[in-house]
Design a protein around this ligand. Structure first.
Ligand code: AKB
Length: 318
């Protein structure tokens, strides 16, 4: 990888991944793709080139890939699970139509492609605990349908056309930089913001609902390491289970209370998000990622809580 295009560079993952890749490959080699209305600002704008890249516009992707001589695309455009349920047609257009455009450009211009999948690619009849790498994937959400279809389409482009497609199934991602929008796991970010602002947290997910989660630095490392990995040991490509921690709202609440004993939480369950969470696994088995490209998380719940609270308290004041 020498010249990289990030599609969705101003989103939750993109804003941090773009900066991390610029630190590795130099600013001018990493192009921040964005859509009008979500322009890069500050250091993201100043540290390298940016270009309008609407994933639903194949010609626009091709023009930017050509102009900057791109050899790897990080395709981060997607509607997250809860918002995708309110706009399923748009979710398909971006998730699958957009991916098709990216893969076609990659086929013609010989680019590698990273497209994240998700724990949302599993469904209610998937084994729930230590979900295996290869198992039943019959999701009941549009988000999940686009993720499974995207895994299949990416594998197809590898087998049929030799496009170097790679992917991981991200858990809920937790970060203090750019908030997520419209996901089912967002509560695990929002809870830290409430704690740091000394506000009571209203939890939309019921006690006892376990989901896999990950701290953003581990997720960014996973996205970069899989793209740099020697594919000789790959048995899988699209997409690898990765995992670092699994918890329910009570566990994360108690982890925060260790540092902020007066922190309060109340439940007001959101039926849509709860039904999505109930259809997802409790925890994933990531042994294939560990064996095939050396995946290993660095953060656990406690080290993440400590870092999140320190960073957010710095921002909001203790
Ligand atoms: C969501 O909640 O929709 C995402 C995901 C787990 O893919 N964070």
């Amino acid at each position: 990888m020498k010249r990289i295009l990030i599609i969705g560079s101003t989103g939750q993952i993109g804003s941090e991944l773009t900066m991390k890749l610029r630190g590795i490959y130099d600013g001018e080699n990493v192009v921040a793709g964005y859509i009008p209305g979500a322009e890069p600002k500050g250091v993201l704008l100043e540290s390298g080139p940016s270009a309008i890249v609407d994933i639903t516009n194949a010609q626009q992707i091709a023009d930017v890939v050509e102009k900057y001589n791109i050899d790897a695309v990080y395709n981060l455009a997607a509607l997250l699970s809860a918002v995708a349920e309110s706009k399923p047609q748009l979710a398909w257009k971006i998730g699958l139509g957009g991916l098709f455009n990216v893969l076609e450009v990659a086929r013609e211009k010989h680019c590698a492609v990273f497209t994240p999948s998700s724990i949302g690619s599993f469904g209610p009849n998937t084994p729930r605990d230590k979900t295996p790498q290869d198992t039943i994937q019959r999701p009941r959400t549009m988000y999940g349908v686009t993720k499974v279809s995207g895994e299949l389409l990416s594998d197809y482009y590898y087998v049929r056309f030799g496009v170097d497609t790679r992917s991981v199934r991200f858990p809920g991602l937790i970060s203090y930089v750019t908030p997520p929008g419209g996901g089912t796991t967002d509560y695990a970010v929002d809870i830290y913001y409430s704690a740091a602002k000394k506000e009571k947290f209203i939890c939309p997910i019921a006690a006892g609902t376990f989901m896999d989660m990950m701290y953003m630095p581990d997720a960014l490392r996973a996205a970069i390491e899989i793209m740099e990995a020697d594919p000789a040991k790959f048995v899988h490509r699209n997409s690898f289970n990765i995992a670092s921690m699994s918890f329910d709202p009570e566990i994360i609440y108690n982890s925060i209370k260790k540092y902020i004993p007066e922190f309060e939480m109340e439940y007001q369950v959101d039926p849509l998000r709860q039904s999505i969470a109930d259809s997802w696994p409790n925890s994933l088995d990531d042994s294939c990622a560990r064996e095939e490209w050396g995946w290993k998380p660095e953060y656990d719940l406690d080290t993440m809580t400590k870092d999140m609270l320190a960073k957010l308290e710095e921002r909001f004041g203790k």
